[in-house]
Design a protein around this ligand. Sequence first.
Ligand SMILES: NC(=O)c1ccc[n+]([C@@H]2O[C@H](COP(=O)([O-])OP(=O)(O)OC[C@H]3O[C@@H](n4cnc5c(N)ncnc54)[C@H](OP(=O)(O)O)[C@@H]3O)[C@@H](O)[C@H]2O)c1
Length: 368
Amino acid sequence: MFTDFDQQMMRRALELAALGRYTTQPNPRVGCVVARDGRIVGEGWHRKSGEWHAEPLALNAAGEAARGSTVYVTLEPHCYHSRTPPCTDALIRAGVRRVVCAVLDPNPQVHGAGVEQLRAAGVQVDCGLLEADAHELNAGFEKRMLTGLPRVIVKIAASLDGRVALANGESRWITGAAARADVHRLRAECGAVLTGIATVMADDPQLTVRDATLDTLGRQPLRVVLDTHARMSPAARMLREPGETLVFTADVQAQAAMALAAAGVTVLLVASSGRLDLRAILVELGRRQCNDVLVEAGPTLAGSFIDAGLVDELIVYIAPTVLGAQARPMLQLSALHDLSAAPRFRLQQVIQVGDDLKLRYTPLRNPS
Ligand SMILES: NC(=O)c1ccc[n+]([C@@H]2O[C@H](COP(=O)([O-])OP(=O)(O)OC[C@H]3O[C@@H](n4cnc5c(N)ncnc54)[C@H](OP(=O)(O)O)[C@@H]3O)[C@@H](O)[C@H]2O)c1
């Protein structure tokens, strides 16, 4: 069904989509190419929520050449009035002959209906070209559309012997400058960066994207702190940074919680049975349209996410240093009595970043 030319055009559309990596949230990253007579006559990509979608931009660039063309788009064109008019209408009006899309839109308001509208208007539609790449580009958006929950990425910086901080709490910096710059890119891709109160108290982190070379349109990810007893200081460094900070607590009435609210923090009550309910927190972050949440916490909270089976991706940066048995281990997990019950992961990627290694894993789920 797909020719080499089709493949080439969809690769280009995926490249265009990736230009929106740091800016389209909460919307998906989408790219579009209009081709006629074996050459590209228009290109477009979605930059930001509320701005034009990739298809009308590419059609506009093509002008009259769009008539009779083939349009390559990384996501099924949307077919309802949102903040912008339906892309299906624009394609039909432009008189395109064929639309090739990589994946259907997981958004239930569109899923399959965009394709149907185009076919009903006599446009040939072929789906599924380079779909694995298109899914990967919007993994967080797809998960949120399908489940209401954001994708959870747990990031850990560790020594060769799997330690993440000295016994006295010092952890800055275990990894090198290149790995830290990589983390800033990761943050910029995410809707929220989440940590535990113990890390805030130990490190007073900013949790911001600080990389002038990234075009983030000035957006900072939402900062999220899990703080059962509202121990966070209103003088915490992150509260002086641009962007919003959200503190989940079990006690919104506490004097300290009110002081945080007065300092501009959004303080939210969440159920707790000793530990705050992580699933309820993710539901709230999904409701706030976070597609991807980056967990940058210490061993306690990172371990809780793994114990709860709520991790979609684990990223471990390994530095060429050893910290010894007195130092803090990578994860605090509930006790295991049977090796077969240990959480297991599939290695997806290994890359060298400066002097460190970056390992990307996805969890192997139990069939239950
Ligand atoms: N190398 C790295 O990648 C890295 C990254 C971050 C931090 N660190 C280091 O890690 C150390 C802090 O680690 P940590 O383990 O003590 O702290 P943490 O994991 O950052 O925070 C844990 C705290 O979060 C709160 N919390 C609320 N709900 C929770 C839940 N459902 N599950 C777990 N915790 C929950 C608890 O305090 P309340 O009960 O008071 O709410 C808990 O004690 C610091 O030394 C820091 O420098 C290293």
